[in-house]
Design a protein around this ligand. Structure first.
Ligand SMILES: C[S@@+](CC[C@H](N)C(=O)[O-])C[C@H]1O[C@@H](n2cnc3c(N)ncnc32)[C@H](O)[C@@H]1O
Length: 350
């Protein structure tokens, strides 16, 4: 089969998949995904890989960490839907891979405008090359730190940030048009949610949020979180870099007897509960995430609800989200919490 025909068939299949998942919600976005040749923005991988619903890493750092990518199609479609892009809109993308900007250009059409900025000169050069190869003339790619936006071309009807940010710098809000919308993957104590914010006067009002993961912002807006190993790499807690944690005391607390509390709140097997994580992360101090593998050594120490479970750290104490089966025939489970407190460090858990 000629490559262009195979690519078109894979694109059509991708559109169907993204519709079924709910990532594509409008005909405009469906038409863009069907039209833009994703494989020309991912020449490093095979056609099948380019159209798999997956991220394509395009640059790694010295420790093998991902520095740039063409994001997964479900996430790109979802964020463009969250942004509510329409023909004629003026847009800014922060973080360039080429493909997402090409999708945006397809949706806003010839009367719209797309500028994409990236902090990395290699990424900028690569994005320009790919856009030229795909014949997408209508995207401007600029080399700069997106923390400042791109003031010379503001205001924007839409700003889509495609790197994980821990805050919203003033430039993004001020460069939005009066009724403009910002879509940004916000890092909230270890969770990342892509949030759509509308500008209402000087305020940003959130309209929707979706679960996601993203390569972290570099430059002036860079942030770091802290990984505290409790049992090698098999049990670790991730917390904000400025959270006071005593790793040795925390490790010792794992040897203490476990207190448990059950809530009476149950959850069905296919019921999503990511809202609980978001609520905990935004309401309680000391929030982090407990990550554990299925290794025997890990299972002997902790029994969290999920491989990445909400956790709270307070000096030498650790509490984390647990689940217990209450109706094994239906798969219904009850929410609870396990906690370990080192006796010397504080009072028993209430
Ligand atoms: C996930 S990739 C972008 C994906 C891309 N939008 C696409 O088409 O799928 C994240 C990009 O953000 C860039 N980036 C990180 N920090 C940045 C910053 N402060 N300003 C601009 N770009 C930044 C990285 O260099 C990387 O290329």
């Amino acid at each position: 089969m000629p490559m262009s025909r195979e690519a078109a068939e894979r694109r059509a299949a991708l559109v169907e998949r993204l519709r079924e998942q709910g990532a594509i919600r409008t005909e405009r976005v469906a038409a863009a995904v069907a039209a833009v040749p994703r494989h020309l923005f991912a020449p490093e991988v095979t056609l099948a890989e380019a159209y798999a619903d997956d991220i394509v890493i395009t640059k790694r750092g010295p420790r093998g960490e991902a520095l740039s990518s063409v994001s997964a199609p479900w996430l790109q479609a979802l964020m463009i839907e969250q942004a509510g892009l329409e023909p004629g809109m003026r847009c800014l993308e922060i973080g360039s891979g080429g493909y997402n900007a090409a999708l945006m250009a397809e949706v806003v059409g010839p009367d719209g405008d797309v500028t994409s900025v990236d902090i990395d000169a290699d990424v900028v050069a690569r994005a320009r090359r790919c856009l030229t190869a795909a014949g997408t003339e209508r995207v401007r790619v600029v080399h700069c730190d997106g923390e400042d936006g791109a003031p010379e071309l503001a205001p924007y009807d839409r700003i889509i940030v495609t790197a994980g940010a821990w805050d919203v710098p003033p430039a993004w809000r001020s460069q939005l048009a009066p009724a403009g919308r910002l879509v940004v993957p916000l890092r909230l104590r270890g969770l990342t949610r892509t949030v759509a914010f509308d500008r209402v006067g000087d305020l940003l009002v959130s309209r929707s949020h979706e679960m996601c993961g993203f390569i972290a912002m570099r430059g002036m807006g860079a942030w770091h979180d802290r990984t505290v190993p409790l049992q090698g790499e098999d049990v670790v807690v991730h917390v904000d870099h400025d959270m006071p944690v005593d790793p040795a005391a925390l490790r010792a607390s794992l040897g203490e007897s476990r207190t448990e509390r059950w809530s009476g709140v149950t959850v069905g097997p296919l019921e999503a509960f990511d809202g609980l994580q978001l609520w905990l992360a935004t309401h309680e101090a000391g929030y982090g995430q407990l990550r554990s593998t299925r290794a025997e050594a890990a299972r002997a120490l902790v029994d969290p609800a999920t491989p990445w479970a909400p956790a709270f750290v307070d000096g030498a104490s650790l509490a984390y989200h647990a689940l217990r089966a209450v109706a094994p025939d239906t798969g219904t489970c009850e929410f609870g919490v396990y906690a370990m407190v080192r006796p010397a460090s504080g009072s028993p858990i209430a």
